[in-house]
Design a protein around this ligand. Structure first.
Ligand code: NAP
Ligand code: G4F
Length: 362
């Protein structure tokens, strides 16, 4: 049985990736941070007691700040594949905590790569690189576009990108960078702009909120649907040779468009609810991200299926459903028709995954 280690398994991407790998028959190990409250909400639907004989998902305490623990984990799990998704991933927070972001997002990658090197375990390594590395570089951005990061987070990711390439060149390790443009879902953290908007729509409909405060509405992002992006991570590690790939939809929209579509879909007038608060504006903004994913399409056979309009609907429905509101149901229908395979709706698990995990879920 193939086994994989995921850092950041409790995050949006980590939870989808765990589902994908379980559906492919992997044993999945995840690094989680100790917290005084449960932080495994995104995994609850696939988690089972590890005493269950058929259990294939295992969680281990650890932190990207601590090399000794990372060495321990690599040495004892001896993973075939390592997906390094753990990071301080919020751009605005990185302006407030630049040193911490550098320690975890940049140096955390070195710690993990060096744990692999020192343990002598042969494994394939995926680095969660980001379109934030392009920053001020004019669109469209592809693998040849020079980086010009605009935040401590972007700079930390540039460092991590190069250190992954350095371990590939210096030690012959299989290290691939996925340079992923923004990808969202009902599991997106609530302080990223898309989820902040769709959550507010649901709260306004439920009478729990009236106003939504946002920052810059004019920046443009290339937004896709997160489960499709974790498929690309797996594809990268199945290649014969390690390489670096840009992943995005090739379509870009302003925050204002996301706001408009989300409120309109829910039958609300956004002008009555959305206000600007400068505190959400960044010291330096990334104005325009637009992926040129030609290489990924050609070499990985990866093409996104969920459009911007569909993504908005999936997320609004997800937030309405989680508040117990009756949603229009477009989201579930879109996923049924266009996605299907291993993931279906919100936190529900597809029949394929149920079959793969078998008795564990039963
Ligand atoms: P996310 O939801 O913010 O998840 C981040 C994960 O990292 C969480 O599991 C978090 O644990 C963990 N983490 C944070 N600090 C840690 C530490 N000190 N030690 C160990 N784990 C730590 O991020 P995401 O959206 O899933 O993104 C996954 C990765 O892709 C990140 O590296 C992100 O920077 C990168 N990326 C994301 C996008 C995107 O659009 N989503 C695009 C490009 C690149 P807790 O749950 O305990 O906080
Ligand atoms: O949703 P955001 O916080 O995402 P951002 O900064 O693009 O970063 C995300 O995508 C990156 C990939 O490009 C990842 F690497 C990173 O980890 C993260 O997942 O902000 C998107 C845009 C920005 O231009 C921001 O200025 O939305 C604008 N915005 C406007 N009002 C806001 C708000 N962003 C947030 N978070 N909150 C606001 O109130």
């Amino acid at each position: 049985m193939q086994n994989a280690l995921i850092t950041g398994i409790t995050g949006q991407d980590g939870s989808y990736l765990a589902e994908l790998l379980l559906s492919k028959g992997y044993e999945v190990h995840g690094v989680i941070r100790r917290a005084s409250t449960f932080n495994t909400g995104r995994l609850d639907h696939i988690y089972v007691d590890p005493h269950t004989p058929s259990a294939r998902l295992f969680l281990h305490y650890g932190d990207l700040s601590t090399s000794s623990r990372l060495i321990d984990l690599i040495y004892s799990i001896r993973p075939d594949e390592v997906y390094h998704l753990g990071a301080q991933s919020h751009v605005m927070v990185s302006f407030e905590n630049p040193e911490y972001t550098g320690d975890i997002t940049a140096l955390g990658t070195t710690r993990l790569l060096d744990a692999i090197r020192r343990s002598g375990v042969t494994t394939r390594f995926y680095q969660a690189s980001s379109s934030e590395m392009f920053g001020a570089a004019p669109p469209p951005q592809n693998e040849q576009t020079p980086f010009h990061p605009r935040s401590p987070y972007g700079a930390a990711k540039v460092y991590a990108y190069w250190v992954a390439i350095n371990y590939r060149e210096a030690y012959g390790m299989f290290c691939s960078n996925g340079i992923l443009f923004n990808h969202e879902s009902p599991r997106r953290g609530p302080t990223f702009v898309t989820r902040k908007i769709t959550r507010a729509v649901a709260h306004i409909l439920a009478g729990k909120q009236d106003k939504l405060y946002l920052g810059n509405l004019e920046a443009k992002r290339d937004w896709g649907y997160a489960p499709e992006y974790v498929e690309s991570m797996w594809k990268m590690l199945q290649r014969e040779r390690p390489d670096d790939y840009v992943l995005g939809t090739g379509e870009s929209h302003a925050i204002r468009e996301f706001v408009t579509q989300a409120f309109e879909y829910a039958g609300l007038d956004w002008r009555k609810h959305v206000f600007i608060d400068d505190r959400y504006k960044r010291p330096a903004e990334v104005d325009f991200l637009l992926a040129d994913p030609t290489k990924a399409e050609r070499e990985l056979g990866w093409t996104p299926r969920i459009s911007f309009r569909e993504l908005v609907r999936i997320m609004v429905d997800g937030d309405m459903e989680s508040l117990g509101l009756t949603c229009r149901g477009e989201g579930a229908r879109i996923l049924r028709e266009k996605f299907g395979a291993w993931h279906q709706w919100n936190n529900s698990v597809s029949d394929n995954l149920k079959a793969a995990v078998g008795a564990v879920l039963g």
